[in-house]
Ligand binder design. Structure first.
Ligand code: NAP
Ligand code: L37
Length: 297
C-alpha cells in the first residue's frame, strides 16, 4: 500500500471552533450573556498545565466567559468539593471541567460525581456515562467525541465496519466503543489482558489506540486500507542535548502509514479536537440550560 493520508485534526478543530464561536455569538444575543466555562486544575502536573493553558486560550477566543481555577497540590477534598458546588450553583457557569489526573489524596470519582451533570462538559459523571451507554442524549467525553467526528468524516457510514478500540478507560476507550456502537460498527474492546492483540488489530477497519504506550501499535498490526486513530500522547525522554522530548502517539506512525488509508498524526491529530469538542460541549450545555435549541455543529 502507498503511504496513508494524514488526517488533519488541527484543521478539523479550527473549523469546529469557528462554528462554536458563531454559535456563542448567537447564544449571547439570545441569552444576554456569554456561555461560561470553568476549568479546575489541582497541582502542577506539567502536561495538564499545558492542556489547561490551551483550553483557557481557546475558550476566550471562542467568545466564552470563564476562568481557570488553579489550586495547589495540597488542596483538601473539602475545599475542592466546595469550589465545585459553588460553580454548580453559579447561573453564569455552563461548563465545569476538573482536569485529571488529580493528586493521589483526592477521590476522583467523588469529585466528578459532585459536578452537576448538566454542567459536566467532560462527560465523566456517572449520569452522562449511563446516558451514553443506554443511547440517551448526553454530554460525551471530549476525546472520543472528537475521534468519532474524525472517523465519520473519513468513512461516512460506519455500519458493519469492524472497529477495534485498544484501551478501556472510562475517559477514552469505553466511551469510544459506545460511540462506534451507536454508529452501527461491530466493536471489539482490547486491553492489557487481550490475547493475540496484533492479529486482532489487523482485522480492524477502524483501529483506535488509547493505551499510553509509545509506538506500541506496529505497522504489521494494521490492515491495508484501515483508518487509524492514535489517541496516545507520550512525551519521550528529553535528548541529552537538553532538547524537549519528542511527542509520539501509541502507533508507530511511519510503519502504520504504509498500510492504513488514513491515520491521525501526533501531534496535530486527536489532541486539538479534544479542545474543540470541549468548547462544543459547553455551547450545547449553555443552550440546554437556557432552554434554547443548540445549533448543529
Ligand atoms: P489509561 O487510563 O491508562 O488506560 C490505558 C488502557 O490501555 C487500559 O485500558 C489498559 O488496559 C490498556 N493497556 C495498557 N497496556 C496495554 C497493552 N500492553 N496492551 C493492550 N492494552 C493495554 O489511559 P487513558 O486515559 O485512556 O489514555 C490513553 C492514552 O491517550 C494516553 O497516552 C493519554 O495520554 C492519551 N490521551 C490523549 C488525549 C487527547 O486529547 N489526545 C486525551 C486523553 C488521553 P487495562 O484496562 O487492562 O489496564
Ligand atoms: N477533557 N481532557 C479532558 N479532561 C481531562 O481530565 N485529562 C483530561 C483531558 N485531557 C486532555 O486535555 N488531553 C489533551 C491532550 C493533548 C492536547 C490537548 C488535550 C493537545 O492539544 N495536544 C497537541 C500537542 C500539545 C503538546 O505539544 O503537548 C496535539 O497536537 O496533539
Amino acid at each position: 500500500m502507498n503511504a496513508a493520508r494524514a488526517i488533519d485534526g488541527k484543521a478539523a478543530a479550527a473549523a469546529l471552533r469557528e462554528k462554536v464561536a458563531a454559535g456563542a455569538r448567537e447564544f449571547a444575543r439570545k441569552a444576554l450573556r456569554k456561555p461560561g466555562l470553568h476549568v479546575v486544575l489541582v497541582g502542577e502536573d506539567p502536561a495538564s498545565a499545558v492542556y489547561v493553558g490551551a483550553k483557557e486560550k481557546a475558550l476566550h477566543k471562542a467568545g466564552m466567559d470563564g476562568a481557570v481555577h488553579r489550586l495547589p497540590a495540597s488542596t483538601g477534598e473539602d475545599e475542592l468539593l466546595r469550589l465545585v458546588r459553588k460553580l454548580n450553583a453559579d447561573p453564569t457557569v455552563d461548563g465545569i471541567l476538573v482536569q485529571l489526573p488529580l493528586p493521589d489524596h483526592l477521590d476522583e470519582a467523588k469529585v466528578l460525581d459532585t459536578i452537576d451533570p448538566e454542567k459536566d462538559v467532560d462527560g465523566f459523571h456517572v449520569v452522562n456515562a449511563g446516558k451514553l451507554a443506554v443511547g440517551k442524549e448526553a454530554l460525551v467525553p471530549c476525546t472520543p467525541a472528537g475521534c468519532i467526528r474524525l472517523i465519520k468524516e473519513e468513512r461516512g457510514d460506519l455500519s458493519g465496519l469492524h472497529a477495534v478500540v485498544i484501551g478501556r478507560s472510562n475517559i477514552v476507550g469505553k466511551p469510544m466503543a459506545q460511540l462506534l456502537l451507536a454508529e452501527n460498527a461491530t466493536v471489539t474492546i482490547a486491553h492489557s489482558r487481550t490475547r493475540n492483540l496484533p492479529e486482532l488489530a489487523k482485522t480492524a477497519d477502524i483501529l483506535v489506540a488509547a493505551v499510553g504506550r509509545p509506538e506500541m501499535v506496529k505497522g504489521d498490526w494494521v490492515k491495508d486500507g484501515a483508518t487509524v486513530i492514535d489517541v496516545g500522547i507520550n512525551r519521550l525522554a528529553p535528548a541529552e542535548d537538553g532538547a524537549k522530548g519528542r511527542l509520539v502517539g501509541d502507533v508507530a506512525y511511519d510503519e502504520a502509514a504504509r498500510h492504513a488509508a488514513a491515520i491521525t498524526p501526533v501531534p496535530g491529530g486527536v489532541g486539538p479536537m479534544t479542545i474543540a469538542m470541549l468548547l462544543a460541549n459547553t455551547l450545547v450545555a449553555a443552550h440546554a440550560r437556557e432552554g434554547l435549541e443548540a445549533p448543529t455543529l
